[in-house]
Design a protein around this ligand. Structure first.
Ligand code: A3P
Length: 342
């Protein structure tokens, strides 16, 4: 009888213990993610059922704290207002350079909030016509000490964008993430190919698109090739912004060794160094670095990042590399950053 009671007690203690550990883990996860404003401010989730803006709970608590400080005379009226501020920095490209990985990794920094979706404000005439207030409202809520970053890789190659961004903020910081141009072009092709396959459509081979069959030369009309001529696009931007306002991120190194690249960006954005090796761990299954926010909350990028590229004829690769070579040299010269591209 006594033995049975003891067993029952042990069982109860076990259940209670598991409940306590579970709650503790949940709390750690909540606190860890609540400390960062971004997960609470998803762009789509900001509007309530009746269309009014919903301020996230953590933001309200923060605001209440500020009100208290205001009454004590320690906070300004301006600080009390929670804003969706215009971005202080934009990742303008390059498509398939690693723009998503860069944005997500920068978002590990407590002073950074990201616009989760690509806004396409400056490259899309219809969106641009909606005005800057429309754009601002697409931004996440931020605390006064935070900066907002958005990424829309189409900005880099779209003619009208530099002037439009200049009109919004002539001193904005611009981030460009690049990869070896031929690899980037193949990655670009792979994304389009996957889209076609999803719709059960057939598509040309990369070789056929990248090389003009009449001249046997590189086909500069092919968008994936044109996008990889980085210097051509950058030169257009330089008509509006001085080179000091750009920071070039090595997309190939961000894949293999992300931390030093992120530290360079922190410096460029005048942010205190906060992203550490703890925040980045290599996931062998994914074959990429993933993000760790705290002991419970971590994530890898979606499966659409890191696709397997189709095999491309080596003579086409050689031809493309030779074609990009002089443009790359010019790019190194302008940016002051040299890459080991062939
Ligand atoms: P591939 O799919 O060709 O491998 P973008 O976000 O600009 O579309 O860039 C996609 C590329 O980001 C991927 O190209 C992938 O190589 C790269 N990338 C860099 N870091 C990554 C990471 N940690 N996880 C997944 N992909 C990453």
């Amino acid at each position: 009888m006594l033995f049975k009671q003891q067993a029952l007690l042990r069982q109860k203690l076990l259940v209670l213990g598991s409940l306590a550990i579970g709650s503790l883990l949940y709390l750690v996860a909540r606190v860890g993610s609540l400390d960062r404003l971004q997960p609470l401010c998803p762009i789509d989730g900001r509007f309530g059922p009746h269309g009014q803006e919903e301020i996230p709970l953590r933001a309200l608590q923060f605001k209440r704290g500020l009100l208290h400080e205001f009454r004590k005379g320690n906070a300004t009226k301006e600080q009390i207002r929670l804003h969706n501020l215009l971005p202080k920095a934009i990742i303008i490209g390059v498509r398939k350079g690693g723009t998503r990985a860069l944005l997500e990794m920068l978002n590990l920094h407590p002073a950074v909030v990201k616009a989760s979706q690509e806004i396409h404000f400056f490259d899309n005439d219809e969106n641009y016509a909606k005005g800057i207030e429309w754009y601002r409202k697409k931004m996440p809520f931020s605390y006064p000490h935070q900066i907002t970053i958005e990424k829309s890789p189409a900005y880099f190659i779209t003619e009208e964008v530099p002037e439009r961004i200049y009109k919004m903020n002539s001193s904005i910081k611009l981030l460009i993430i690049v990869r070896e141009p031929t690899t980037r072009a193949i990655s670009d092709y792979t994304q389009v190919l996957e889209g076609k396959e999803r719709k059960n459509k057939t598509y040309y081979k990369f070789e056929k698109l990248a090389i003009d069959p009449n001249t046997c030369e590189v086909n500069t009309k092919y968008k994936a090739v044109r996008t990889s001529i980085y210097t051509k696009h950058l030169e257009r931007w330089l008509k509006y912004f001085p080179i000091e306002q750009f920071h070039i991120v090595d997309g190939d190194r961000l894949i293999a060794e992300p931390l030093p690249e992120l530290q360079l960006v922190e410096k460029f954005l005048n942010l205190p160094p906060r992203i550490s090796q703890y925040n980045l761990y290599f996931n062998a299954t994914r074959g990429f670095y993933c993000l760790r926010f705290n002991i419970v909350f971590n994530k890898c990028l979606a499966g659409s990042k890191g696709r397997i590229h189709p095999e491309v004829d080596t003579s086409v690769i050689t031809k493309l590399r030779k074609f990009f070579h002089p443009f790359n040299q010019k790019f190194y010269q302008i940016t002051g950053r040299t890459f080991n591209w062939p």
